[in-house]
Design a protein around this ligand. Structure first.
Ligand code: NAI
Ligand code: MG
Length: 360
């Protein structure tokens, strides 16, 4: 039986970059006999315009039914004045939590062809290839009580709660170790165990899980040191596993080591490797509708989808190779443009990846 992919283009540059990623996915589908069936839906502003809410029940039902979701990006000035509870971003948070996508994988890879795009010295970042595994559905962004401001001693006071249960830590730790096993058998767990009880438990549970992975070299690091080490000597890391808020911050920091947000894909997985795949960037309203957006982050998200949700490592590798080939050809969208290279638009870049993939 064919497997289903739900495609959610979203807003801004979303539809433009998704169009290119779908071209690549369609070719891979044919070339590698993947037997994938694509269905399309709305999320974010596009869904507000059509259904009045950022994630319609019918779309959520479809998302539950399919094997993977491919998302562009959501949001934009058109919906900025809408009431908070039905803003485009709420649709994104809702689909992540409703699907139980607790494991967020964010690779930060510096392509050798783009070495001059990083703000760090070439010797510090050349060859950089790290994977941040961020817990995505627990911790301080979801803990209760929250979302309230109270009056205490005549002044306003706000609080958030940072809970982690043993099972939440264990399942994300397993993802970290599993990723380490298929990479370089090196895992760094990042916490704040010198201060936080949730982090003390985090460290304890990670140590327990480590017993099942004797081949993996495990280290622990406090988050403040990790933030420092990431810019001092990022290549000391291979796989990093951390909680929701630390992972939010560290993965943004790591992504910038590579110099361009237009190159960075992501995967968010549940416990059965069902996943949602999307570029790390947003809907870029400043360049939307102009054919300027870099589609490579979304195309690389397709590669992650084939790797993690469909176990098609060969097809996934081929897409990554095709991306590398077009960079070798000197093609660059504006965000990664440098001297002597050939500037291209969104569709031309997508077509070049399709042509390169065809030749592999
Ligand atoms: P953004 O990532 O959309 O844009 C930041 C800067 O990077 C802009 O200058 C943009 O032109 C550039 N950029 C982003 N993607 C690019 C690409 N593929 N090619 C070339 N340049 C690219 O972040 P910003 O401006 O903070 O947010 C814009 C909208 O996107 C907001 O409504 C925000 O809420 C939403 N957003 C959505 C996300 C999602 O859907 N996952 C994530 C982040 C923001
Ligand atoms: Mg963030």
């Amino acid at each position: 039986m064919s497997k289903k992919v739900l495609v959610l283009p979203g807003d801004g540059i979303g539809p433009e970059i998704i169009a290119e990623a779908v071209k690549v996915l369609n070719l891979a589908n044919e070339k590698y006999n993947l037997d994938l069936e694509l269905v399309e839906g709305e999320l974010g502003g596009a869904a507000i315009d059509k259904h009045g809410v950022p994630l319609a029940d019918s779309t959520l039902a479809l998302a539950r039914e399919v094997d993977a979701v491919l998302l562009g990006a959501v949001g934009g000035p058109k919906w900025d004045t809408i009431e908070k509870s039905i803003r485009p971003e709420r649709g994104l948070l809702k689909i992540r939590s409703e699907l139980g996508l607790f494991a967020n994988l964010r690779p930060a890879i510096l392509y050798p062809q783009l070495a001059d795009a990083s703000s760090l010295k070439p010797e510090v970042v050349s060859g950089l290839d790290i994977l941040i595994v961020r817990e995505l559905t627990g911790g301080i962004y979801f803990g209760t009580p929250r979302d309230q401001v109270v009056l205490e001693n005549g002044e306003r006071k706000a609080f958030d709660t940072l809970p982690y249960s043993e099972s939440e830590i264990r399942r994300i730790a397993r993802v970290g170790f599993d990723m380490a096993m298929v990479r370089n058998k090196k895992l760094c767990s990042v916490d704040k165990a010198n201060v936080l009880a949730s982090s003390q438990l985090w460290r304890e549970v990670v140590e327990e899980v480590a017993k099942d992975y004797p081949e993996v070299e495990l280290s622990h690091m406090y988050v403040d040191n990790a933030a420092m080490q990431l810019v001092r000597a990022p290549k000391q890391f291979d796989v990093v596993v951390t909680d929701n808020m630390f992972g939010d911050i560290l993965s943004d920091e790591a992504s910038m080591l590579t110099g361009s947000i237009g190159m960075l894909p992501s995967a968010s997985l549940d416990s059965n490797n069902k996943g949602m795949y999307e570029p790390c960037h947003g809907s870029a309203p400043d360049i939307a509708g102009k054919g300027l957006a870099n589609p490579l982050a979304t195309i690389l998200s397709v590669s992650m989808m084939l790797r993690y949700s469909f176990s098609q490592a060969g097809a996934a590798d081929a897409i990554e190779q095709a991306v590398s080939d077009v960079l070798d050809q000197g093609l660059r969208t504006g965000d990664i443009m440098s001297e002597g290279m050939r500037k291209v638009g969104t569709a031309e870049m997508g077509d070049a990846v399709v042509a390169a993939l065809q030749q592999l």
